[in-house]
Design a protein around this ligand. Structure first.
Ligand code: FES
Length: 135
């Protein structure tokens, strides 16, 4: 089954390089790093960020590993993003809960949802950004 494919060029995100990952099993996550340059018009420096790729209900989703509450990584234990029940993503800093399917804030101190990252997959392989610019 082909996953949804976000466009590589949008009004706000321009993917300059992709990296291939081994897709995670259902209810699991893999982390990756990528370089992001925010607002290319002002020539701000690039920074390395961490993202994570999950499989939930058979679908792949990629998010920035930064909680919208205070910017902490969600996983205290590397790679542990899901709740015990497996139906929510958890920020272990203050227990914010997110919907794995769209990153929306469900409960806790999160003011909004997770930032989703583009991915592309043909059903066998998956690629996530290794470098992107945001405008
Ligand atoms: S930093 Fe994630 S809930 Fe506070």
């Amino acid at each position: 089954m082909a996953e949804h494919i976000d466009p590589t060029q949008t009004d706000t995100v321009h993917i300059t390089r992709w990296q291939r990952l081994d897709p995670p099993a259902e209810g699991k996550a893999v982390t990756f790093t990528y370089i992001e340059k925010i607002d290319v018009d002002y020539e701000l420096p690039e920074h390395a960020y961490e993202g994570f790729l999950i499989r939930f209900n058979g679908n792949l989703h990629a998010y920035r590993n930064s909680c919208p509450h205070m910017g902490s990584p969600l996983d205290w234990l590397p790679g542990r993003f899901f709740s015990e029940e497996g139906n929510q993503l958890v920020c272990h800093t203050h227990d914010a809960r997110f919907n794995p399917a769209d990153g929306a804030c469900i409960s806790g101190p999160c003011p909004n949802g997770l930032s989703e990252l583009p991915l592309r997959s043909d059903g066998h392989t998956v690629e996530v950004p290794s470098a992107l610019n945001e405008r």
